[in-house]
Every structure is written in C-alpha cells, then in structure tokens.
Ligand binder design. Structure first.
Ligand code: GAF
Length: 371
C-alpha cells in the first residue's frame, strides 16, 4: 500500500497502525448542525488513510503524499501550519494521553470540492491514535474530538456533521443525526436499486470569504435564538410567530433553519417508505432556501442545480457549507449523460471552467486497514 511504503521510506520502519476515514456528501440538512438540528449525510468512497506509529517524545513527524515532498517535523503544536493543523489539532486535543507520533497521510478526497477532506483527515488520525493508545473512544467521541480540533485549534467554528459522517457512516446507508442529542440512525439508501445515481458536480470554485461568512451565519443564528428566547433555532415551534419578531438577515436565517429541519425529517420519512424516487422536490426546496434565505449559494452552484434540472435530474441542491464547492443531483441512470451535458454546456456558455463530475455511493465510515 502506497501510504505504508511512504511511511517506511520516510521513517525507516513499518507503521504500527493504519486507518481510513471517508469524506461525505450531505443529502439534506444544511447549516442545521450548529443549530442543534437534523442532518442526513452519507460517507463517500473517497477519504484519507493515515499510517501512524507512536513516539516516546513529543515530536510529531508528518508526511502527506499530496501536500509535502518530505516529512515535516513539528516540535511545538503551535508551529503547525496549513493542512498539518488538522492533524496536530487532534494530538493537541488529546493532550498528555498521546505524546508524539510519526504519521504518513494519503488522501483522494477531491480538494476544495466541499466533500470534507478535513474531517476525513481529523477522523483518520483520531481513530488511529485511539487504536494505538487504547483510548477506548467511541466513534461519536472520535467525531467530537475531530470537531474540537477544528473549532479550538484550527479556528473553524464547524458543527458536528462532517466528523460524525466520517466516523459513523455505514456502507449503503445515510446517517440521520440529531445534532443535539447526538442520537442517530442509519437509513438504508440503495440508489442503484431504484435506477438512480447521486451525481456530485464539483464547481471547482471556492470563494475566499467562505470561512468568514460561515462564522457570520452561525453568529446570526445564535443572535436570533437569543431574541426568540430559545436555546437554539431547533427549538422554534411557531415559525410564523418567530418571523414576526425578527427582521432582515436573522428573519431569513430562521426561515431556512426551521424549514430545513422539517425537510430532513420529511426526506427520512420518504426513504423509510421506500420512496427514494420522490425526494427530488425536497432537494430542490432545500437549494432555494439556501440560495434565498440563508444566502450561502454561489452563481456556479445555482447554475449547476438549474442546468441539472433542465437536463432531467429529479432534484438537485448545493451540498456542504456553500460559497462554492459541490452540488449534488439525483439522476436516473438513463439521464446521466443528458444532465452532465446540460451542466457542461451551461458552464461553457458562461465561459466558466468545466466542472468535475463524480458519482457518490453511500460508503463505510472510519475503519482499520490491513497492510
Ligand atoms: C460545513 C461544516 F463543517 C458543517 O459542520 C456544516 O455546518 C456544513 O458546513 C453546513 O451544513 O461543512
């Protein structure tokens, strides 16, 4: 295995353990996780593999097949830069339980596509260290550890969805997660049995201001919840009454979060009833709400969604945090070519660089890799 060979070459011995953790797409439930709401992601076939050995000292030596020509040595946690922060953050959160480590990383999550390569990195490393040091952490605890690394070390105020999907998903299933109780159920999702595919359309555009806008949305939601006297927007039961008490951006944010939570529950209901072909309208409604009420879409995402629908998709929406990244389209097998062509033509017409197409099947969460 490539990552094991790279580990041997760099560090002169076999790794003690190797773990793989996937990225995710979110089927529905966007910007609901940090509002204590519901989400329905599934793990994608692409992820991060981490090969790790413990060290007795506190040094961390890190190698990435994608991002570093040779090993990077980190003596102090505070020295971490760029991608290494996601790894060092996990070690930093574990504190004295874990000293240093030698780590080699190999990943195939398309970069910048909004498919949670950072969560895959955090969870693969967290799971490997858990195994190596017998920490006894559950998959949900590994997800929480990854989220803390991202919140407190990297400084991105994300919710729990991406790490939970990476740690907890099962092949052939989506993960229905209550982000308040952290209760979850795996919902069977066999798209192929219904002649369907989930097409990921990577716009290959990522807007610079995304991080700042994400934090701003989160702050607006928290401010609206305070004004409404609820712990989180999840608790809004009288939407019309709540909207009467708010104005401007906060009003629109509440409209999105409350309706999106209902859409997640409705979509899970359809899946459980075996009506996967009927979920398209909910995907479309989610996109319009993210575009118009939550204002996190982008011209590239909107065009990917509109052109997919014109090409015959049953439903489509942006997925993930927004401001670029990917859209997903639910497409009948015999319409795949027509949807791809419709999106490509629409991008060409605007003079935009061609998007990248991938097909996502619900895949397994974090697991050890034999080597
Ligand atoms: C990003 C975050 F990391 C998630 O926690 C979630 O909030 C998502 O945006 C929006 O649903 O992926």
């Amino acid at each position: 295995m490539r990552v094991v060979e790279a580990f041997r070459t760099a560090f002169g011995a076999d790794p003690a353990t190797v773990w793989h953790a996937p990225g995710r797409v979110n089927l529905i439930g966007e910007h609901t996780d940090y509002n204590d709401g519901f989400v329905l992601p599934f793990a994608v076939p692409w992820g991060v593999t981490a090969a790790i050995s413990p060290r007795a000292d506190r040094t961390i030596r890190l190698l990435s097949l994608q991002s570093s020509p040779g090993p990077i040595t980190i003596a102090e946690h505070g020295d971490a830069q760029g991608w290494t922060r996601y790894v060092v953050g996990v070690l930093a959160m574990l504190g004295d339980q874990v000293p240093g480590a030698d780590i080699a990383i190999d990943g195939d999550v398309p970069q910048g596509a909004g498919l949670s390569s950072s969560a895959a990195l955090e969870v693969s490393v967290a799971a490997a260290l858990n195994d190596l040091h017998d920490l006894g952490l559950t998959p949900m605890e590994l997800a929480l550890l990854g989220q803390r690394a991202e919140n407190d070390f990297v400084g991105m105020p994300c919710g729990i969805m991406d790490q939970a999907a990476s740690a907890l998903c099962e092949q052939g299933h989506a993960l229905f997660l209550d982000c308040r109780s952290l209760g979850h159920r795996r919902v069977p999702l066999d798209l192929a049995a219904h002649g369907l595919r989930l097409l990921v359309i990577d716009t290959r555009v990522h807007h610079e201001h995304a991080g700042g806008e994400y934090a701003k949305r989160r702050a607006e939601c928290e401010s609206a919840a305070r004004k409404l006297g609820v712990a989180a927007l999840r608790d809004v039961t009288d939407l019309a009454g709540a909207l009467d008490r708010l104005q401007g951006a906060e009003r629109r944010r509440v409209m999105h979060v409350v309706t999106e939570n209902h859409r997640v529950e409705a979509l899970v209901g359809l899946l459980r009833a075996g009506a996967v072909t009927e979920i398209g309208a909910l995907l479309n409604a989610s996109h319009l709400s993210l575009r118009d009420q939550y204002e996190v879409s982008s011209p590239e995402l909107d065009l990917a969604v509109e052109a997919s629908l014109r090409g015959g998709a049953r439903g489509a929406r942006m997925t993930g945090g927004g401001f670029g990244g990917s859209a997903v389209a639910l497409v009948a097998e015999d319409r795949l070519d027509s949807v791809r062509r419709s999106v490509e033509d629409a991008y060409t017409e605007r003079g935009w660089q061609a998007p990248r197409f991938l097909t996502a099947v619900p895949s397994a969460g974090a697991s050890p890799v034999a080597f």
